[in-house]
Design a protein around this ligand. Structure first.
Ligand SMILES: [Zn+2]
Ligand SMILES: [Zn+2]
Length: 346
């Protein structure tokens, strides 16, 4: 089968590999019907993810059809259409029992697919702990509607949830890329008074406004002053930093009102400075980290109810054999690309 492979830092290549097989009674084999490219894939290609193992198939955002299940898998059968979770988690350790599945203590716990074990930019993928790592796609939903559920939409959902948004709040989201836009949709579920989206790219802000005409947009130059004026109380009630530069980290806490929650979802290339003397007395709460992706069933229900819809984020579709072109487009952000879907040929 075709599998896009991390050969060495700086190089991914489409290789012919054997189809995966069950290795454990809790595994399932999924025939991938659609996968996507995530910014984390680019981080692996740059060699910026030390845990990534050369030789693995990349890709951790996908949907497909169950082909085969191990004898200990009870919730899924061949033929089920499923989303695949970016995270592998056992469901029984201390962290899993608290819903902190990103910190699952299993040796493969956390982000393993497409990083430490073979992922889904391929025709088939093996999913460990299938009862935890899969969710059934409700009838009537297309692959495009479900594609982002296991990773970037799970991240937006998690970011909005841990930000403890109250009705009427002013929410500031930094970064109008896929994570920022998923966070925007999920933040709406909590009925904030206003959501302000900030990005350096006016094209991305226009894209966001077409999807959500209510969203207020601002560029980074004016953001601080503008947010303070719009929000009252000296800044936003909640700030979600989904951009990932030193400037946006600084902007995140500077745009927050005293006692605000600042949620940092972005992955930085380098350490950031937390200038505590400057923010003394502001009494901020910082929340940081990687998604706990264990709410995918709830997210799929919200999509089925029409309350979330990330299909419009998929701006481009390529057959799997043209994945190199898809990566070039995505990495260079050409042609207004937001998310790319890849479809293995039948
Ligand atoms: Zn990702
Ligand atoms: Zn666990």
């Amino acid at each position: 089968m075709l599998a896009y492979t991390y050969v060495k830092p700086g190089e991914f290549r489409l290789l012919d590999k054997p189809k995966p097989t069950l290795q454990h009674p809790r595994d399932a084999i999924i025939r991938v019907t659609m996968s996507s490219i995530c910014t984390s894939d680019l981080h692996i290609r740059h060699g910026a993810v030390p845990r990534a193992v050369p030789g693995i198939t990349v890709g951790h955002e996908m949907v497909g059809v169950v082909e085969q299940v191990g004898e200990a898998v009870s919730g899924f059968r061949p033929g089920d259409r499923v989303t695949v979770n970016v995270e592998t988690f056992c469901g029984t350790c201390f962290f899993c029992r608290h819903g902190w599945v990103n910190n699952c203590t299993d040796p493969h716990g956390g982000w393993a697919l497409g990083c430490r074990i073979d992922g889904g930019q391929a025709e088939y993928v093996r999913v460990p702990y299938a009862d935890q790592g899969l969710n059934r796609i409700p009838q009537g939903l297309t692959d495009s509607q479900a594609l982002l559920v296991g990773d970037v939409l799970a991240t937006g959902f998690w970011a909005a949830r841990i930000s403890q948004i109250q009705e009427g709040d002013t929410v500031l989201i930094l970064g109008a890329g896929p994570t920022g836009l998923c966070t925007l949709q999920c933040a709406r579920l909590y009925r904030p008074g206003q959501i302000i989206l900030c990005d350096i790219d006016p094209g991305r802000l226009e894209f966001a406004q077409r999807l959500d005409p209510e969203v207020l947009t601002v560029g980074p130059e004016q953001a601080e002053e503008w947010v303070r004026a719009r929000a009252g109380h000296g800044g936003a009630d909640v700030v979600v930093e989904a951009a990932g530069s030193p400037d946006t980290f600084r902007m995140a806490w500077r745009c927050a009102r005293p006692n605000a929650i600042v949620t940092v979802v972005a992955l930085y290339d380098a350490p950031q400075t937390l200038p505590l003397p400057e923010m003394y007395g502001k009494n901020l709460t910082f929340k940081t980290g990687g998604v706990d992706g264990c709410h995918c069933g709830e997210i799929l229900d919200l999509i089925a109810q029409g309350r979330l819809d990330t299909a419009p984020l998929i701006t481009h579709t390529f057959p799997l054999h043209r994945i190199q072109e898809a990566y070039d487009l995505f990495a260079r952000r050409r042609d207004g690309v937001m998310k790319v879907a890849l479809i293995p040929e039948a």
